[in-house]
Design a protein around this ligand. Structure first.
Ligand SMILES: [Cu+2]
Length: 362
């Protein structure tokens, strides 16, 4: 009877503990660590995020380091105490104790503690992980700007797919799809000759790619500058025209692969940010080794005020032939990328040995 009562109490106490921990965790990725040198060191080189998602990940990252250091210090302490302290064999011998210290392998309460504590640690960290991840990958942020990102060997194309009326000069929702090129891409899904070997689709199926009226295309000589408004929810739709690439803005603390045929490859091609909270220029990179000029696949994210973005959009609509640099200049921005620059694509050695022609088919 007494035993059972005790067990019931233990169960209630551990349940209460778990609920308490979970409750404390509810707000955790919103809790920023103190802004001082120690906690900045614990970022381990992570940049400060510029989106709420990045901030949540940065907070989580630092708090996990805090937990890891606390656990590490306790464990190292026990280790060192075991090696050099009371249980040291030579010291025990001096004291005249037996060869072995007290044996605890059948101590049930101790073993329960050693089982439950790690499970609790894993549960709490797992909870935070899911909480942060859900915030980052959620597609419920009602984007006001939707950008199609197309990665290809070895550059980027950015197209404006949908823009909310609150950001356009005429107050109308803007739909950017280039019907003509999109229809061409859609038609490539099926080869009229009947040569459709991939589950009824042609080998050159490009129907998964998006084509827009306003696009910014990077070249070997010019870094593509993606202009976006601050304080606005944004959706990015990723795809690759060839091999796997990865869209990475370090200040987003986030990257995602750009796949060919994302749906067929069971990949979620879209991600959203609640807002970009800081205006300015941020470098973007390809984070998936994608071939010879992978390291050159840089772009720039230029975050401007929503008003400047409206002007930018209006300029690009009115001047479809003008390059992106002119549109940037028209809104008083630097016309070219300021965070990175085009690389020298020359690979020939001075005497001509080992010369490499990138256009040569291997
Ligand atoms: Cu790439």
């Amino acid at each position: 009877m007494d035993q059972r009562k005790k067990r019931g109490f233990g169960r209630k106490a551990s349940l209460a503990g778990v609920i308490g921990l979970a409750g404390a965790a509810m707000a955790a990725c919103d809790v920023a660590p103190p802004d001082n040198a120690f906690f900045n060191f614990l970022r381990m080189g992570w940049p400060e995020g510029i989106t709420p998602e990045a901030t949540a990940m940065g907070n989580f990252w630092v708090w996990v380091w805090v937990a890891a250091w606390i656990i590490g210090i306790i464990m190292w302490g026990i280790f060192l105490y075991a090696i050099f302290g009371k249980w040291n064999a030579k010291k025990a011998e001096k004291r005249g104790d037996g060869e072995f210290p007290k044996q605890l392998q059948y101590n049930v309460p101790l073993e329960l503690v050693l089982t439950i504590v790690p499970i609790l640690i894993v549960m709490v960290i797992f909870f935070f992980t899911v909480q942060t991840q859900e915030k980052v990958v959620a597609l419920d942020k009602n984007p006001e700007v939707e950008v199609d990102v197309t990665a290809f060997q070895w550059n980027w194309k950015f197209g404006y797919a949908n823009i909310d009326g609150s950001l356009t000069s005429d107050g109308q929702d803007y739909v950017g799809v280039d019907e003509e090129r999109q229809a061409q891409a859609d038609a490539s899904a099926e080869n009229p000759s009947g040569d459709n070997p991939i589950h009824g689709r042609s080998k050159s199926d490009m129907s998964y790619l998006n084509y827009n009226e306003i696009e910014t295309l990077g070249t070997t000589d010019e870094i593509p500058v993606l202009v976006l408004p601050s304080q606005t929810p944004i959706q990015f739709n990723l795809a690759s025209g060839d091999v796997a690439h990865s869209f990475w803005v370090p200040e987003f603390l986030f990257k995602r692969d750009a796949f060919a045929h994302p749906e067929t490859n069971q990949q979620q091609r879209s991600f959203q940010v609640e807002a970009i909270e800081e205006e300015g220029a941020f470098v973007g990179r390809c984070a998936e080794m994608c071939g010879t000029y992978h390291a050159m696949m840089n772009f720039e994210l230029r975050v401007v005020s929503p008003e400047a973005f409206t002007d930018y959009l209006e300029y690009r609509q009115a001047n479809p032939e003008a390059p992106n640099s002119q549109a940037l200049e028209a809104i008083g921005e630097d016309p070219y990328a300021v965070t990175t620059h085009p690389f020298n694509s020359e690979r020939a050695t001075p005497n001509g040995a080992n010369s490499f022609d990138p256009n040569e088919q291997v």
